[in-house]
Design a protein around this ligand. Structure first.
Ligand SMILES: [Ca+2]
Ligand SMILES: [Ca+2]
Ligand SMILES: [Ca+2]
Length: 284
């Protein structure tokens, strides 16, 4: 027990303002999440035994585009470029993390335009409006990458050739980014890429925020994320669990037995080795 405590302390000492690990094994399984992309039924949702709620929307769009239906616009190989494929959400204490799986990094081009991956927009009251959000990239509207904002104003889709800006579908697609708001907290994003069978060049990013940054902890959160062109959207709702608000935000929640020992040991080894873990934050 003593050595375990020391290892945990070592990991915490490395903690910065970054999201959790994004380490994949040879089969592309995200170790810290026990999630293997492209193994769920799409479209569909599933809550895993470890509490991770998964929204599978690979090769699917909740928007029915003219002529092609519920697939990323403009369909085919070019539509795949904008495919927002999976969203996995979990809560550990007051901390919420979202793992996004998609076909392009933070920008993709079509019709001579470069489109940007939108911000994560959160509806905390279930009325369809967006109250909070996490900024995907400063390039969107100039806000802090990884910043958690209360939303004053949202931004419409990018007004460029190839975009659904001004199209009859724009309101259904919804806003693209946070235009203005108040910065409540910040986490670095963690991103990696991997080739999966039939889905090469897949990008994975973990976004994170703390529920205690919000004025009122909601009962549920609806996540929404679109590309600047509106060519795909991923959305889903997550039920928020109660937690001990006495936990200091920087203290990892004590979830006995929730984490398999080999994972902890591996992470401790990696932390000691110092390999690329400057940005790693453990919330054990
Ligand atoms: Ca796909
Ligand atoms: Ca999709
Ligand atoms: Ca893909």
């Amino acid at each position: 027990m003593k050595s375990k405590a020391l290892m945990a302390a070592g990991i915490v000492a490395l903690a910065g303002s970054t999201a959790s690990a994004l380490t994949l094994d040879a089969s592309g399984t995200v170790l810290d999440w026990d999630i293997t992309p492209f193994t769920g039924v799409s479209p569909g949702t599933e809550t895993h035994a470890n509490g991770v709620r998964s929204f599978y929307q690979n090769n699917y769009s909740p928007i029915s585009y003219p002529g092609i239906g519920n697939v990323p616009s403009p369909g085919g190989l070019v539509g795949e470029r904008f495919d927002l494929e999976e969203m996995h959400v979990r809560q550990q204490g007051s901390r919420v993390e979202m793992l996004l799986v998609r076909s392009s990094p933070f920008s993709a081009s079509a019709s001579g335009s470069t489109f940007l991956l939108g911000d994560i927009l959160l509806d905390s009251t279930g009325n369809g409006g967006f109250d909070y959000g996490v900024v995907s990239q400063n390039a969107n509207t100039g806000l802090e990458t990884g910043g958690f904002y209360s939303v004053a104003e949202t931004a419409r889709l990018q007004n460029m050739p190839g975009s659904y800006y001004g199209h009859a579908l724009e309101s259904e697609i919804g806003p693209w980014a946070i235009a203005s708001g108040s910065l409540l907290g910040q986490e670095d994003l963690v991103t990696t890429s991997c080739n999966y069978p039939g889905e090469p060049n897949t990008w994975l990013t973990v976004f994170a925020f703390d529920l205690e940054w919000m004025a009122v902890v909601p009962e549920s959160l609806t996540f929404s994320l679109v590309w600047g062109c509106g060519n795909d959207k991923i959305t889903g709702s997550f039920a928020v669990s109660s937690f001990d608000s006495q936990d200091p935000p920087d203290q990892p929640p004590q979830i006995e037995g929730a984490i398999p020992e080999p994972t902890t040991a591996l992470l401790a080894f990696m932390a000691l080795a110092g390999g690329g873990l400057a940005g790693m934050r453990r919330r054990r």
